[in-house]
Design a protein. Structure first.
Length: 229
């Protein structure tokens, strides 16, 4: 599906508007861990289900789908089996992003009888603009900038963390002494713990830290990860 270009600040504001609306609903400020499932069901008024979405749609590598007409978000039940709360919660937030940012494209297609009612998210399509927009929305929703910056400042007394080395020059894993690309998961985990981001994966956190310019990788080396990290 082709979507119009959306600036990052617009997407970030949209996520904050959603969080702000939910805070008004519950009557108190919301801090991490962000209750994404409750936001989807109580504030957006959508049904959230976990099922064998690949069999239902007859497609492979489907993480989730947003059905506009039936106001339903379906998440691949395999994410529950993998016991990866971070990945599952990010997928839920990703689908919420589709609802907020993109449902009108589906509604327009339905009015002209030129489309399906679902936005289907497949791994192979992750680089498409519509998927990048939903990913960024999810990142902003479950890791609000103010909360991430606050958590970062609790761990490191500096404006930013510059990674000049791929591996530790000290031969160990003391992040605060010798931050490096190899220690990305320690960096991410320290911020997660300081900020209470217990439903956020290390992978998502390190990406967010780089998006916000809090971690600068000067080495050019890829900050990769294993599935189990």
């Amino acid at each position: 599906m082709n979507v119009r270009w959306l600036p990052k600040d617009f997407i970030a504001r949209s996520s904050l508007d959603l969080l702000g609306g939910y805070e008004q609903l519950v009557g108190h400020p919301v801090r991490p861990p962000i209750p994404v499932e409750d936001i989807i069901e109580r504030y957006l008024g959508l049904s959230l289900t976990f099922e064998d979405i690949e069999t239902r749609l007859g497609m492979e590598d489907v993480l989730g789908a947003t059905f506009v007409r039936s106001k339903t978000i379906c998440i691949n039940e395999k994410l529950l089996e993998d016991k990866s709360e971070g990945r599952m919660m990010f997928t839920c937030a990703h689908e919420a992003g589709h609802w907020v940012l993109h449902r009108h494209f589906i509604e327009q297609a339905q009015r002209s009888s030129q489309g399906t009612e679902a936005i289907v998210c497949r791994t192979r399509n992750s680089r498409l603009p519509i998927e990048w927009q939903a990913d960024f929305f999810a990142s902003c929703l479950i890791m609000p900038e103010e909360e991430v910056r606050k958590a970062f400042s609790l761990v490191w007394d500096r404006k930013e963390l510059v990674l000049d080395n791929v591996r530790s020059c000290l031969g160990g894993t003391a992040v605060c002494v010798d931050p490096c690309v190899q220690n990305w998961h320690f960096i991410a985990d320290a911020v997660r713990e300081a900020g209470g981001f217990i439903n956020v994966s290390k992978e998502a956190m390190i990406i967010r830290l780089r998006e916000l310019g809090l971690v600068l990788n000067k080495t050019g080396a890829h900050m990769g990860w294993r599935k189990s990290a």
